[in-house]
Design a protein around this ligand. Structure first.
Ligand code: C2O
Ligand code: CU
Ligand code: CU
Length: 406
């Protein structure tokens, strides 16, 4: 097992919005790695993408990351080198950036949601199957929350709890629900929602997060559950039990979370950039590197297959001028879902040819089968920013690239 902590799940990292943080990462693996801070809009050289923003951290080496998180919310961290294998082993941690002002919860509870691919003997099995990588991806066999199967949390009766769901799985797109209590989704992918959403039918894809305000029931006999609704039936992922005499709190006591300082795109003057997510072009030979190739290419962005984690020579998919607004038109011509993730800048959902979209600001948008979505951003963070599907088998078999800002 690989871990960011000697025993159990990776530690929840807690930083403060606007406060400089330094993290020394020592690589105690037998292979190279890097750490990427998913969703943080920080300087490019701190983004943790091998060859694009830094050299891999070799076994035994230490790399110092230092940055000031501009946004508050729920984020996560993971390697970006031999990504499928290192994440499959367990290197996926939750990262919290706290608001400058206390939002008034009685408790803050991160829930790191992911599968592990284990055989009947509890040992790891093959991380992927090529035929799955060419489709929806290879699912794990054991679903967990904070590395436990169906854990039970005791919460103060009648209290207000901030659940921070982070889907750090490499494959699974799931529909989640809080059953048995009053609960509201107050932020998605670290950005507060202008109007809270009901905590049911909440679709979360790999890389996505949701902050849920939970009002714990008053009575100890009640039980609250986090449920994953799968095509083959509902599965309880975690349970929450009220304890003690009720605090009698009310969800309406919570002040709305302050929006993050993400620049508003100028839609009138925005340039449109087209991206097509499709199959891999024919005759593309897999390459390998020390950051791990899966040995296949199945996917592409704008007909180019970049098998992830590789050194160049690859050209940026697009060059964006610093400070300018852009509309990215994301077209999925495949029958599979792709959670499309951009590093370094957040973007706003504008519209889709398939459904109504809330005006969300995000770093990871789930592009459904055959969907075309338009999103907008201000190119305000200079550098080469990875742009890829967060189903890691897709990322590592071609559905990856980068945008150059500046
Ligand atoms: Cu969460 Cu490029 O990654
Ligand atoms: Cu990222
Ligand atoms: Cu994908």
């Amino acid at each position: 097992m690989m871990s960011f902590s000697p025993d159990g799940p990776p530690p929840v990292l807690r930083f403060k919005q606007g406060v400089k943080t330094t993290i020394d990462v020592t690589n105690a693996l037998q292979e190279a790695s890097v750490v990427h801070w998913h969703g943080l809009r920080i300087a490019n050289r701190m983004d943790g993408v091998p060859y694009l923003t830094q050299y891999p951290i070799e076994a035994g080496q230490t790399f110092r990351y230092a940055f000031t998180p501009p946004d508050a919310g729920t984020f996560w961290y993971h390697p970006h080198c031999n990504t499928l294998e290192q994440m499959a082993w367990g290197l996926t941690g939750v990262l919290v950036v706290e608001e400058a002002q206390d939002p008034g919860f009685d408790r803050d509870l991160p829930l790191n949601i992911r599968d592990f691919r284990l055989g009947g003997d509890g040992q790891f099995i093959d991380f992927f199957k090529p035929r799955n990588a060419a489709r929806g991806g290879t699912y794990g066999t054991v679903s967990s929350v904070n590395w436990q199967v169906d854990p039970v949390y005791d919460l103060e009766a009648g209290s207000l709890v901030r659940l921070r769901l982070a889907v750090t799985d490499v494959t699974r797109v799931g529909a989640y629900e809080i059953a048995g209590a009053e609960a509201q989704v107050i932020a998605l992918d670290s950005n507060p929602l202008p109007v809270p959403l009901p905590a049911s039918g909440l679709i979360l894809a790999p890389g996505q997060r949701a902050d849920i305000a939970l009002r714990v029931p008053d009575d100890e006999s009640e039980e609250v559950r986090l449920v994953l609704n799968r095509p083959n039936g509902a599965k309880t992922m975690a349970r929450f039990r009220p304890k003690g005499s009720s605090l009698h709190r009310d969800l309406r006591e919570l002040k709305p979370l302050p929006p993050n300082p993400v620049a508003e795109p100028d839609l009138e003057n925005a340039e449109i950039l087209d991206f097509v997510f499709g199959w891999s072009p024919e005759g593309d030979a897999p390459q390998s590197s020390q950051c791990g190739s899966l040995g296949y290419t199945f996917w592409s962005i704008n007909r180019v297959a970049w098998p992830g984690d590789l050194p160049g020579p690859f050209d940026p998919l697009a060059r964006l001028k610093l400070g300018k607004s852009y509309i990215l038109r994301l077209r999925n011509e495949t029958p599979n879902d792709h959670p499309i993730h951009l590093h370094g800048v957040s973007f706003k959902l504008l519209r889709s040819n398939k459904r109504e979209l809330p005006p969300l600001v995000t770093d990871t948008a789930l592009l459904r089968s055959q969907e075309t979505m338009e999103v907008a951003l201000v190119a305000d963070n200079p550098g080469d920013w990875a742009f890829h599907c967060h189903v890691i088998e897709h990322q590592k078999t071609g559905l990856a690239g980068f945008l150059r800002i500046g």
